[in-house]
Design a protein around this ligand. Structure first.
Ligand code: GLN
Length: 185
């Protein structure tokens, strides 16, 4: 199985390491010709969603990726990746891919608690370590979106059709169960 990891910016190498440990073949998406290669799954890593969104358009990768995601390709999105998938971003007129009907709040934990670590349950997976870095949370979900995880009553993990999205960074902890679940989607 070949997994394509968006490698424009942010924490993509950590995803690649875990996926390789799980014996997936990994390719990096860095430019337009990469999104025309053959792959079965897509990872949208953490980083800075505004930068990633801008680069996706400038590098002419956006339309093809949008078609792949809305066409049903399994996607694992973390942190900034989750923001890229949200149909609504609080305080912002537009959205990026917008393929999950939910509203996210960026940098939702404020400056004081910008980064933190906890353990919490993800439905179907169990209790996993969760590292949050200037993370968003999901302020609201619409019909069809399954809530997989919540921390302090804030939604931090969802599934919608082919898409898994988490506020935290499963690639930064030594627990591969989220990636395993993604490879089984
Ligand atoms: N704060 C970032 C954003 O708004 C997300 C942070 C992350 O991916 N760790 O895009």
């Amino acid at each position: 199985m070949t997994v394509a990891v968006l490698a424009l910016q942010g924490a993509f190498i950590e995803h690649e390491k875990i996926l390789s440990r799980l014996r997936a073949d990994v390719i990096e998406l860095r430019q337009a010709e990469d999104v025309r290669k053959s792959y079965d799954r897509l990872v949208l890593p953490g980083g800075e969603s505004t930068v990633q969104g801008k680069l996706l358009k400038e590098l002419d990768m956006y339309d093809t990726l949008y078609e792949q995601i809305s066409g049903g390709m399994p996607v694992l999105a973390t942190c900034a990746g989750m923001i890229l998938l949200a149909s609504e971003i609080e305080g912002c007129d537009g959205h990026h891919f917008g393929t999950i009907p939910m509203c996210v709040r960026r940098n939702a934990y404020g400056r004081q608690l910008g980064s933190f670590h906890t353990d919490a349950e993800v439905t179907g997976i169990g209790t996993v370590p969760m590292t949050f870095i200037r993370a968003p949370y999901v302020a609201q979900v619409q019909e069809g979106v399954e809530v997989l995880a919540a921390v302090n009553d804030k939604i931090v993990g969802v599934k919608y059709k082919n898409q898994l999205a988490f506020s935290f960074h499963p690639e930064l902890d030594d627990d591969m169960r989220i990636h395993e679940a993604f490879l089984k989607l």
